[in-house]
Write a protein that binds this ligand. Structure first.
Ligand code: DAH
Length: 341
């Protein structure tokens, strides 16, 4: 009898079921009036007294285990059945996202914003190249060899061919466009640029710029100013003011640097604007007639304006980022903050 009980115990412990019906089948097999466990209890009466204690304990253990197993499996199937038949289930509840949603890099967000803003007033987007020849990066832009303005930008030269450089400015794309396209031209060129600078919170050996170029028969400095005011207001808010300061770039005449009223203090003075109320965002000017001629565009007939801005600078002002290096470290704690922006 002990052997029978032990065998049944093993069966109970190993028992699993795929359907509710199977559970019921085994309940009947073991525990019903004619079940095997019940039958063992009948037999128990005939067990000699001296063995009753041991066999009784085992038999109780068997019955309890069988009952537990059956209840456990029944509950499992009842649960799923209830789940699938529940007519009050809300099928419109969004699925729990099992794939983590990533975030765009802040530089991509700002680049796309800039593209959006300028495409609304008819600017197309043009691409250039990062490894550039001397002509497109410098000479065509009125910066021939030994011109002092070359010192404004520390250049990486390609060692195999010193005629080639990693472009120091997206102004090089202007030249490509003017060489291959007839005016009217209205385009912006976003892209990465390189300069041989020590890396710090304010400078990096790689960063991003957007170049803007507008060439037509009657383009004035007022058009340039109005375009930049529109941009500043779209990017930083309708209250934003701009101011132009005279400056120098080899490829524009006259040239200017553009400040916006400080995005943090609104112009009152704070440590971001160094108490001036203004922060610089870009360089611009009227395309020098010599540059038009260099690119075979008739400077007697056509005029144009150009501007160039750093995407990092715009992003730093917009999101109050204080260290340029954060853009290139790809620390997820930094990047995560731009989810769904
Ligand atoms: N390329 C200049 C720089 O990297 C920025 C710039 C200034 C671009 C004036 C322009 C411009 O198109 O007109 O500093």
């Amino acid at each position: 009898m002990l052997e029978k009980i032990n065998n049944l115990l093993l069966e109970v412990e190993a028992f699993t079921a795929n359907t509710k019906e199977q559970v019921e089948e085994y309940r009947i097999k073991w525990l019903s009036k004619k079940g095997e466990v019940t039958a063992l209890f009948e037999d128990f009466r005939t067990v000699p007294n001296e063995m009753k204690k041991e066999i009784g304990q085992k038999l109780n253990e068997l019955r309890n285990k069988a009952q537990e197993r059956i209840t456990e499996l029944k509950e499992k199937f009842d649960g799923t059945e209830q789940g699938s038949n529940n007519s009050e289930k809300d099928l419109t509840v969004p699925a729990y996202p099992t794939i983590q949603i990533g975030s765009r890099h802040p530089l991509s967000i700002v680049k796309n914003d800039i593209i959006d803003i300028f495409s609304r007033i008819g600017f197309t987007v043009s691409d250039g190249r990062e490894i550039e020849d001397d002509w497109h990066n410098f000479s065509a832009l009125n910066t021939p060899e030994n011109h002092p303005a070359r010192d404004m930008q520390d250049t990486f030269y390609v060692s195999l061919n010193p005629e080639m450089v990693l472009r120091t400015q997206t102004s090089s794309v202007q030249v490509h466009i003017m060489e291959r396209q007839k005016p009217p031209i209205r385009t912006i060129s976003p892209g990465r640029v390189y300069r041989n600078e020590a890396i710090s919170a304010r400078a990096h050996c790689q960063f991003h710029q957007v170049e803007g170029l507008y060439i037509d028969e009657k383009v004035s400095f007022a058009d340039l100013k109005q375009t930049l005011l529109y941009f500043a207001r779209e990017m930083f808010g309708a209250e934003t003011k701009i101011r132009l300061r005279p400056s120098y770039f080899p490829f524009t005449e006259p040239s200017a640097e553009v400040d916006i009223s400080c995005t943090i203090c609104g112009g009152k003075g704070c440590n971001v604007c160094k108490q001036t109320g203004w922060v610089e965002i870009l360089g611009c000017g009227m395309v020098d007639p010599q540059v038009l001629d260099n690119c075979k565009i008739d400077s007697n007939k056509f005029k144009g304006f150009a501007f160039g801005m750093g995407i990092e600078r715009i992003a730093m002002l917009k999101y109050q980022i204080k260290d340029l290096r954060l853009f290139f470290e790809n620390d997820v704690r930094f990047l995560k903050q731009f989810t769904a922006v």
